[in-house]
Write a protein that binds this ligand. Structure first.
Ligand code: SF4
Length: 258
């Protein structure tokens, strides 16, 4: 069974391909995964195989453990580049997410004011005004948008509840540029379905949506770790470079992780 279950509520620091020295903040239970997507490429594995028995950490637990870790890093002389909300699922789904963001920003300001606060999210909860407001306060509001094909999202990202792509795109536009888009490119099969999203059939409509969203940066990447669906393949460096060039030609700031 594939799946990394991260410690909770604090893990690392780890050196991230995309974020530098990153201290992880995981708002999910320590023994499983809770996500509003069930991506076939999720490094944590399928939701059904990692049902937690523990509760999510409380706001108070997150603040206490984060402060302890920041004090420890200060004493060691290790400065994080970023405090990253990530881990076993969707951080904005924590009921106290807005208050936890407030606490985290206050602790960051106290211990490592140079560090950024990043949130890795799948964009499923942006319609909640309090979630939008909290994300406006973080330095790196990183939202997943793997495609603008509803069928592809159903097949690959697999929302666990109601999902309206047009509403998600509108919610991303409302950030008015205070958003970084991250997109997974991959290839392979799910049953009889080809899930290659590197061709123009998927890339050009996605590019049109990005023109409307006007993100400050676009992170494109591919599979890096074992996936629960084992028939998936990495996008090649050439395919990622081609997509990056299309974006740069339109003036976007692009980051590629091969
Ligand atoms: S959104 Fe992230 S955590 Fe959730 S299933 Fe997809 S890859 Fe995993």
């Amino acid at each position: 069974m594939i799946g990394i279950v991260y410690p909770s509520p604090i893990f690392g620091p780890v050196h991230s391909r995309r974020l530098g020295i990153s201290l992880g903040i995981n708002l999910m239970p320590a023994d499983g995964k809770i996500c509003t997507f069930d991506c076939i490429y999720c490094e944590c594995g399928f939701n059904a195989e990692h049902r937690p028995s523990l509760p999510r950490p409380t706001r108070e637990e997150v603040a206490q453990k984060l402060e302890e870790k920041l004090q420890e890093m200060k004493a060691e002389g290790t400065a994080p580049n970023v405090l990253t909300f990530a881990g076993n699922g969707e951080p904005t789904a924590h009921p106290d997410f807005p208050a936890i963001i407030e606490d985290t920003i206050a602790l960051r300001n106290r211990y490592f004011p140079e560090a950024k606060v990043s949130v890795l999210s799948n964009a499923t909860r942006l319609l909640k005004p309090e979630v939008h407001a909290a994300l406006m306060k973080v330095d790196n509001n990183i939202q997943k948008l793997d495609t603008v094909s509803g069928d592809y999202i159903s097949l690959v990202d697999r929302p666990t509840g109601a999902y309206d792509l047009n509403q998600v795109l509108s919610a991303l536009e409302i950030f008015d540029g205070h958003v970084i888009i991250q997109t997974m490119f991959l290839k392979g099969k799910v049953g009889e379905h080809d899930v290659d999203n590197t061709g123009d059939k998927f890339v050009l409509p996605w590019l049109a949506a990005l023109r409307r969203i006007r993100p400050s940066r676009i992170m494109i990447y591919t599979i890096d770790r074992p996936t629960p669906d084992t028939a998936l393949l990495k996008a090649t460096p050439e395919e990622l470079d081609r997509i990056a060039e299309l974006l740069r030609a339109e003036g976007f700031d692009v980051e590629v992780a091969y």
